[in-house]
Ligand binder design. Structure first.
Ligand code: ZN
Length: 206
């Protein structure tokens, strides 16, 4: 996250689907959507390393300022609402909605591509070539990340930032699972400053 402060997006949730939910933030008490148009979506996907530069350029050329691009942004935003509802329920230990699985499967069904074998420095690796023939395919990696979260993660490590004014989520991969803030430089510092002042004043009093 550090060194990329010029980005308007917030990364560091350790899961693509959670970083995607975090494109909706609260600023000065008001909800703000960081995905305002189709190029914003492409920029986010590129910064999230979901899309390479070539596919990003091609997507903009084909769908920027086109009804299909606008529609894809709307689909991404409504899928984001589904994912936010999903993690809210997980964090609150509420039962899982069957409709969430259907929504994720609906996006996943758009995946087109093929696996291919590669070898670099003597090491074999299987990779997947993603096709982006239709703009909806841009959102598929986010659905894949959500599926992966559901299949392979510890739900108790999906956390909401402890700043009550913040709406960001993250997957806690810290050593002792003690992470409390979306970002130390934003909510963590604010809370730390509060603690510092309290200590300062209690010292003065004694
Ligand atoms: Zn926060």
């Amino acid at each position: 996250m550090k060194g990329k402060t010029e980005s308007k997006f917030i990364f560091g949730a350790n899961r693509i689907c959670l970083d995607f939910i975090n494109t909706q933030i609260v600023e000065k008490g008001h909800p703000v959507d960081l995905l305002k148009n189709f190029p914003d979506l492409i920029e986010w996907l590129t910064q999230a390393h979901v899309l390479n530069e070539k596919d990003a350029r091609e997507s903009l050329r084909r769908w920027k300022d086109k009804p299909r691009g606008t529609y894809t942004l709307e689909q991404a935003q409504s899928f984001r609402a589904v994912l936010r509802g999903m993690v809210e329920r997980i964090v609150c230990r509420k039962s899982f909605l069957k409709s969430t699985i259907d929504e994720i499967n609906e996006i996943l069904s758009n995946r087109i591509g093929y696996p291919y074998l590669t070898r670099a420095r003597g090491v074999f690796e299987i990779r997947f070539h993603k096709e982006f023939n239709e703009p909806i395919q841009l959102i598929v990696p986010i659905a894949e990340s959500a599926s992966d979260l559901l299949c392979h993660s510890d739900f108790s490590l999906i956390k909401r930032c402890e700043n009550p004014a913040c709406v960001l989520y993250f997957y806690d991969i810290s050593k002792n699972h003690t992470r409390r803030w979306c970002s130390m430089s934003v909510c963590g510092n604010r809370m730390k400053v509060g603690t510092h002042y309290r200590r300062h004043w209690s010292k003065k009093k004694s």
